[in-house]
Ligand binder design. Structure first.
Ligand code: ADP
Ligand code: GLC
Length: 475
């Protein structure tokens, strides 16, 4: 069975977050299930550079934004189709943002072209048995298929309902879709064009990246204006947990680390902890926990809550390494905290793969106090690398971390610390609880061992996706 995946980022070529990890890892996991995936990506410079032995397989003259070619080639283990449209994608840096760090003004056209090309590629020649469209950037794929000459079943996966790809109605005439598509029963969304809405509307099946998030988005609290549509489509909505690429994320072989280790002997983590502290200018005592955070500095991720709860964190004697970037206001607060608590709060801004891995491999405890979290990969990385995750009970965080409360510990369970509701006060209490557990060394070792032995692989979820693709293709 052949599946065409459509997305705007994929590891190891271009990554701004977990979407890239998933799009990069799923083809390998699905191969084990007998499904061959070709991934259509925009031809950003980094993608074109990485393409090995590329050949032109199609030329489309009437895509939104003009003409484009599709190149086919391999990059690492990925079989790629690349939309080579220099006017749209030959731009340096972040795939969505211009040099002033705001969205490119033509993002609507750029990603409409991606969806239109996907629909044509999926149905040309022998074509594909099914299409897997990821997030709003691939959201119009289903619309182009439905309104085109030939169709294919589409699975649309929501990685984050907050990014909706909403554009003014003026975009619609440039899309080349029939007028009938601009309707409530179509891609119209609050008077404009909704890419995410279109993805949800036209899909034959919808999935999101954890069972709890699948339930949350079909409620008024979590639905972000799309809950009505999602409730209506509940019979085709699935929650399938993300996994980690076990080769990509392996503390026993990770070349970025100072020292490698595994669940049987995590003691070399001490060298990573020391390297982490050097990299972040921290000077902790061996008896206090090193807390870490890796992620986007946004409201979703609750970085502001960490800063609000800083007195409690420092009150445990612990120290904090913060890695990430994002909203200017949060960055400024983090910078101020690092200045004020020199040696106890360390900050690195930017996207830094090595530093991220040092946090997972060296911190005692990784904080994920998200206000909502579709799945979350940082806590999976933390589990695998033996940094005990401290997480909010929401979305995929609730599905992947088992709270080490007294009852759980008595059964030998518990892989982290889970708190809710999501507030600075409850985070402060969770930080104190984590520090108390850390001070009880045998208990902490037990939790860390449970964490490292958690199955965070793709195996189960790949089987779930495979079954879904097969049922779609049979219809
Ligand atoms: P998101 O909502 O951002 O997709 P996830 O937890 O699903 O959150 O995935 C984030 C991914 O990006 C993880 O692989 C994480 O290690 C990585 N990441 C996030 N911020 C940074 C950063 N500043 N430097 C390096 N890697 C990062
Ligand atoms: C999104 C979500 C995150 C999820 C990732 C990959 O970026 O915010 O929770 O893990 O997609 O599915």
């Amino acid at each position: 069975m052949r599946v065409l995946a459509v997305a705007s980022e994929a590891v190891p070529l271009v990554k701004t977050g977990g979407l890239a990890d998933v799009v990069g890892a799923l083809p390998g996991a699905l191969a084990a299930e007998g499904i061959t995936v070709t991934t259509l990506l925009p031809g950003y410079p980094a993608v074109l550079r990485a393409l090995d032995g590329a050949t032109e397989i199609a030329r489309y003259r009437t895509l939104p934004g003009g003409s484009a070619r599709v190149l086919r080639g391999r990059a690492g283990t990925l079989d790629l189709a690349v939309l080579d449209a220099p006017a749209l994608f030959d731009r340096p840096g972040n795939p969505y943002l211009g040099p002033d760090r705001t969205d490119w003004a033509d993002n609507g056209i750029r990603f409409a072209a991606l969806g239109a090309a996907a629909a044509r590629l999926a149905t040309e020649g022998a074509g594909f048995d099914a299409v897997h469209a990821h997030d709003w950037q691939a959201g119009l794929t289903g619309a182009y298929l439905r309104h085109g000459d030939a169709s294919r079943p589409v699975l649309f996966t929501v990685h984050n309902l907050a990014f909706q790809g909403a554009f003014p109605a003026a975009l619609f005439p440039q899309l080349g879709l029939p007028d009938a598509a601009f309707a409530l029963a179509g891609l119209e969304f609050y008077g404009g064009v909704g890419f995410l809405k279109a993805g949800l509307w036209y899909a034959d099946a919808i999935s999101t990246v954890s069972p709890t998030y699948a339930a949350e988005i079909a409620t008024a609290e979590g639905g972000m204006g799309l809950d009505g549509l999602l409730v209506g489509r509940a019979s085709v909505l699935h929650g399938i947990l993300n996994g980690l690429d076990a080769d990509e994320w392996d503390p026993a072989r990770d070349p970025h680390l100072e020292a490698r280790f595994d669940a049987d002997d995590p003691s070399p983590r001490a060298a990573n902890r020391a390297a982490l502290c050097r990299a972040f200018g921290l000077e902790p005592d061996a008896r206090v926990p090193v807390f870490g955070f890796v992620g986007r500095f946004t409201w979703q991720k609750g970085v502001d809550l960490i800063l609000d709860a800083l007195p409690a964190l420092l009150g445990t004697g612990g120290v904090l390494a913060l890695l990430g970037n994002g909203e200017a206001g949060i960055e400024a607060r983090a910078e101020a905290a690092a200045r004020q608590h020199h040696g106890r709060v360390g900050l690195a801004t930017g996207f830094d793969e090595r530093r991220a891995r040092l946090v997972y491999a060296g911190a005692d405890c990784v904080l994920v106090p998200s206000r909502f979290e579709p799945c979350g990969l940082t806590q999976l990385c933390a589990l695998r690398y033996g940094a005990v995750p401290l997480v909010a009970r929401t979305g995929g965080l609730a599905d992947t971390v088992v709270d080490a409360n007294e009852m759980a510990l008595r059964q030998g369970w518990g892989t982290g610390v889970v708190f809710n509701p999501v507030s600075a006060g409850m985070l402060a209490a969770a930080l104190r609880r984590a520090a108390a557990l850390f001070a009880d060394a045998p208990t902490w070792r037990r939790i860390q061992a449970n964490a490292m032995r958690t199955d965070v692989s793709w195996a189960r979820s790949a089987a779930h996706y495979a079954a879904l693709f097969r049922s779609l293709a049979r219809r």
